[in-house]
Write a new protein. Structure first.
Length: 224
């Protein structure tokens, strides 16, 4: 198997961490997003959407992080993607919620627009409105995650045990810390993310984005 990825990619990190945690034999090939390698003809022939991650398993190819996690978990028969119909449905639901709610407003609306030049809006007013809108809605989703989806009694997103939803969600929630949020407004989220950070592979997988975060102007970014 081969995984095309970049260590600063929010959607790559969950897959890489799952591979590392489970010692899955896979070749990891970096696609340099910062030099635009993903836009070139070679990688475009792999994924016309010009995005990472991409998993190749022989002549089988997947181009979406959530689908890759599910495939890998099933491939190794991991309990992190339970076989029970209802338990699996809850994992799917959580991953869909992260992808359609939190990702849109926290990642694209609040974080990326502020830290990645390619996502910044063309005028100061457009930038201000975009970030303000994303920030307001991201705070709402973080509160929903904290008070309802997690609450005080669940160590992980779907219950007592870690699932691929935790791998997936942690990468997006961590973006709040990248821009300087201390998560004190979301104590249940902070505790859950702390559990994910205790995993032996966290520091290695998140080293690149944490290094990038140290270069950002603290106190000057809109946080959640």
């Amino acid at each position: 198997m081969k995984l095309y990825y970049h260590p600063a990619s929010t959607t790559s990190r969950p897959v890489v961490m799952f591979i590392e945690d489970n010692a899955i034999p896979a070749e990891l090939q970096v696609v340099d997003l910062f030099t635009g390698e993903h836009m070139g003809p070679a990688f475009s022939s792999v994924n016309p959407s010009q995005l990472v991650p991409v998993l190749e398993d022989g002549d089988f190819r997947l181009t979406e992080s959530s689908a890759i996690l599910k495939y890998l978990a099933d491939r190794i028969d991991s309990p992190a993607y339970p076989k029970d119909l209802k338990a699996r449905a809850k994992v799917n639901e959580m991953m869909d919620w992260i992808n359609t709610q939190l990702c849109r407003d926290l990642a694209y609306g609040t974080v990326y627009a502020q830290i990645f030049p390619g996502h910044k809006r063309p005028t100061e007013e457009a930038q201000r409105v975009t970030v303000a809108w994303g920030q307001e809605r991201a705070k709402r989703w973080m509160a929903v995650l904290d008070q309802h989806l997690l609450g005080s009694g669940k160590p992980y997103l779907c219950g007592a045990s870690i699932t691929i939803a935790d791998y997936y969600g942690a990468s997006f929630v961590h973006l709040a810390e990248v821009i300087g949020s201390d998560l004190s407004a979301y104590p249940n989220v902070k505790s859950w993310l702390g559990r994910m950070k205790e995993r032996s592979t966290w520091d290695k997988v998140y080293a690149a984005i944490n290094g990038f975060a140290k270069q950002l102007p603290r106190g000057q970014l809109a946080t959640v």
